[in-house]
Design a protein around this ligand. Structure first.
Ligand code: NIG
Ligand code: FE
Length: 419
């Protein structure tokens, strides 16, 4: 089915832009079409972007062959890409709030029966069907907030069977065409399960869990929680090298709570993206960028932890370094809203709203490409028809309503979804 969208407000398209930097922010006309444009979508692809009046003359109103939709001047932004989520888990860790109020750190909470191990226990007890239904609801929520594609990690099973099961549920969810598409990541190295120590668990991962995951064939990426107290540099390296030999693309969680030199390892291994990177040293940041390693910032986590400091977003813009933002949705940081994450950058950290938007669209597409092979995170001719229609004519409003979605409707692979 062909759809003709008329009378758009400003369209943030990022068509000629690969990285938002000082130049891009001073020349916004390279990234944004002024009001009065329209576009044509054929099946799942954008085939034309032109003056709305010209399209009106050519197409008039809806026929059997095409549908004409007026956008009434609303602004349009690309479909948002959430390049880091822990989508599937069961249970609830609300009890941790009182522990946090007593001053316990994330590590101390984990040692006192909370944290990842608690969620692993709850997740193992749930049926696949329950996990599927929970995941489906979360994907719907994500879509309501403008996400059209997301990366999702396993990591709350921590046995061969339960890790495979989480990836199987993700793979089933990925078949539902009315939901965001999923980039599947195996993260068996998320924590050390109770019956193991670091050495025995890494051995089990290398000899049994990873081979099973590769055999299953659903995961595209591998990730490890590389952090002092969790997986050290040496075991992280062993796991990622084996995963990479098996054909998985490399990702890391690094330096979330302290600088554990994760940035150096990420550079040595040339991982696609090293996420959190909150406490990474300046010298490692430079090396990461030299090695084409993306810094995947997850500001929802310091927000949930009540931290005062946020990562150095402005430095990344100034230096023209590679970076993204994502939700990190997990039991400790329960947001699936990229507009909220954008608000943390823009309203809390004075970052330009165009830079924040690029970080979860065109930049994120580089580290989480769409399975169709078409471009996404942009609005351009020949690209995938994944875009959001905002509730008003101001494109900046995409991240200025924390707690409420600014999205009126989403075009997902060509299909129009009104929220
Ligand atoms: O990225 N830090 C490791 N994993 C998650 C948190 C997981 C959890 O607390 O359940 C993160 O923040
Ligand atoms: Fe994470």
């Amino acid at each position: 089915m062909r759809r003709v969208f008329l009378d758009a407000g400003p369209i943030v398209h990022f068509g000629n832009v690969t990285r938002v930097n000082e130049h891009t922010l001073h020349n916004t006309s390279e990234s944004i079409h002024e009001s009065g444009m329209g576009l044509i979508v054929d099946d799942d692809t954008i085939i034309q972007i032109s003056e709305s009046d010209d399209l009106k003359n050519e197409y008039g109103s809806t026929t059997e062959e095409y549908e004409v939709i007026s956008l009434g001047g609303s602004a349009i932004i690309p479909g948002l890409i959430d390049s880091h989520t822990h989508l599937l888990w069961e249970g609830d860790r609300s009890f941790e709030v009182s522990m946090k109020r007593k001053g316990l750190t994330y590590q101390q909470i984990a040692e006192s029966g909370g944290g990842i191990a608690y969620t692993v226990n709850q997740t193992r007890q749930a049926s696949s069907n329950q996990i599927y239904l929970t995941g489906r609801n979360r994907l719907k929520l994500s879509l309501k907030n403008g996400t059209t594609h997301l990366e999702a990690k396993s990591g709350y099973g921590l046995t061969t069977d339960t890790e495979c099961r989480l990836l199987e549920v993700m793979n089933d969810l990925n078949k539902e065409s009315e939901l965001p598409s999923i980039d599947l990541t195996w993260m068996g190295a998320h924590a050390i399960p109770k019956n193991h120590n670091l050495k025995t668990y890494v051995e089990e991962i290398l000899s049994e869990q990873l081979p099973a995951i590769l055999d299953q064939g659903y995961a595209r990426n591998a990730d490890v929680f590389c952090e002092p107290g969790w997986f050290d540099l040496e075991s992280t390296e062993d796991i990622l090298i084996s995963a990479s030999k098996g054909g998985l693309s490399k990702r890391l969680h690094i330096d979330e709570f302290e600088d554990g030199d994760g940035g150096r390892l990420a550079s040595d291994l040339q991982v696609v993206t090293a996420d959190h990177a909150h406490h990474t040293s300046e010298v490692n940041r430079i090396t990461m960028n030299d090695n084409n390693v993306n810094a995947g910032f997850l500001p929802g986590t310091p927000f949930s932890q009540g931290e005062k400091e946020y990562p150095p977003f402005q430095q990344y813009i100034g230096q023209n370094w590679k970076w993204t933002i994502a939700t990190d949705f997990n039991p400790n940081c329960q947001t699936l809203s990229l507009p909220f994450i954008g608000s943390l950058l823009v309203q809390r950290n004075q970052i330009h709203p165009l830079a924040a938007l690029a970080a979860c669209t065109v930049h994120a597409a580089e580290i989480s490409p769409h399975p169709s092979g078409k471009s996404h995170g942009t609005i351009e001719k020949g690209g995938l028809a994944n875009f959001n229609i905002l509730k008003n004519e101001h494109w900046e409003s995409w991240c200025l309503t924390p707690g409420h979605s600014p999205i009126a409707g989403t075009v997902l692979e060509g299909k129009m979804i009104i929220h």
